[in-house]
Design a protein around this ligand. Structure first.
Ligand SMILES: [Cu+2]
Length: 295
């Protein structure tokens, strides 16, 4: 019998099956699904249930000293208020997610997961006090690798949405190769079971002479905001979309990776809510936001 506090784990078990194979498929738990608590951590009480919006991974082989990757992605930029979950996907190996650099006085001061066993996770909300900070973290068991989270403060208020990005309205690719954008609707909200459909269009140049480089619909359930991570890869010849990171309900980030943006160019990101459940919004819910990529 599953207790209430198992719910986040069930949800995150669904993530591990979908987030890294690129499928946006809703998986349901089977009868013999086992759910593990995290050693050294108390179960998350139902009343304080946190639903992660962004998932990072500790991949197979992370425990090896010559592994190039201990956390993936190891350099993320998120708006404040986002909850990140780190999944231990390294068979048989315990890991930690510990703030600060190893062996420093600040080590573990902001957050410390304790031991995360294989198939378990740790989640942390980067809230308002952390604006414009670059937070380094490490694994206490394998302290030779560090990773970082940049928490961005900048946001822009449109007529219908607040646009917040981990790197603000400029992505400097010498510092960050990706940024998570949060679109928060100001005039639309739904309950936990009504899906919202967003259309996101990215145009190169001003809106008068713009070329569309990306256009796609996304949906959320149980989360009015849409979180979309932009990962420009100018050297690739296509753009792929994966996510959401969290599927039950659909509250997690989507990712757009490819040649839809290049350094040196100016872009317009158009966000529109095209349906609320099965209905069209009573009027158009659309805003344009300027965005720039530099290197
Ligand atoms: Cu480790």
């Amino acid at each position: 019998m599953l207790n209430e506090w198992n719910k986040p784990s069930m949800m995150l078990l669904a993530i591990i099956s979908t987030a890294f194979i690129g499928a946006g498929v809703l998986l349901t738990g089977s009868a013999n699904t086992t759910v593990q608590g995290q050693l050294g951590l108390n179960p998350i009480p139902t009343t304080e249930e946190v639903i992660a919006t962004y998932v990072a991974r500790i991949p197979p082989g992370a425990a090896l000293q010559d592994s190039p990757i201990h956390y993936y992605p190891d350099n993320i930029a998120i708006p404040s208020g986002i909850t990140v979950a780190w999944f231990n996907d390294d068979p048989g190996q315990p890991h930690t997610v510990t703030s600060g650099v190893p062996d420093s006085a600040e080590s573990g001061a902001m957050f410390n997961s304790g031991i995360i066993p294989y198939t378990s996770f740790f989640q942390h909300t980067f809230d308002g006090q952390l604006k414009n900070q670059e937070i380094v973290y490490h694994c206490e068991i394998h302290p030779w690798r560090t990773a970082k989270v940049t928490v961005g403060e900048a946001f822009e208020k449109g007529h219908y949405f607040v646009f917040a990005s981990g790197t603000g309205q400029v992505l400097n690719m010498t510092k960050n190769d990706r940024t998570l954008i949060d679109f928060r609707p100001l005039t639309v909200s739904t309950g936990s079971t009504t899906p919202l459909t967003y259309n996101i269009t990215i145009m190169e140049g001003g809106t008068d002479n713009a070329t569309t480089t990306f256009s796609r619909s996304f949906f959320t359930i149980g989360n009015n905001d849409l979180q979309l991570e932009l990962i420009p890869r100018p050297d690739q010849n296509k753009t792929t979309v994966y996510g959401p990171d969290v599927t039950d309900p659909v509250t997690g980030a989507y990712h757009v990776e490819g040649n839809f943006m290049k350094p040196g160019n100016e872009y317009t990101i158009r966000a529109e809510i095209t349906s609320i459940g099965n209905d069209e919004p009573p009027g158009r819910v659309v805003d344009d936001f300027a965005f720039r990529v530099v290197s």
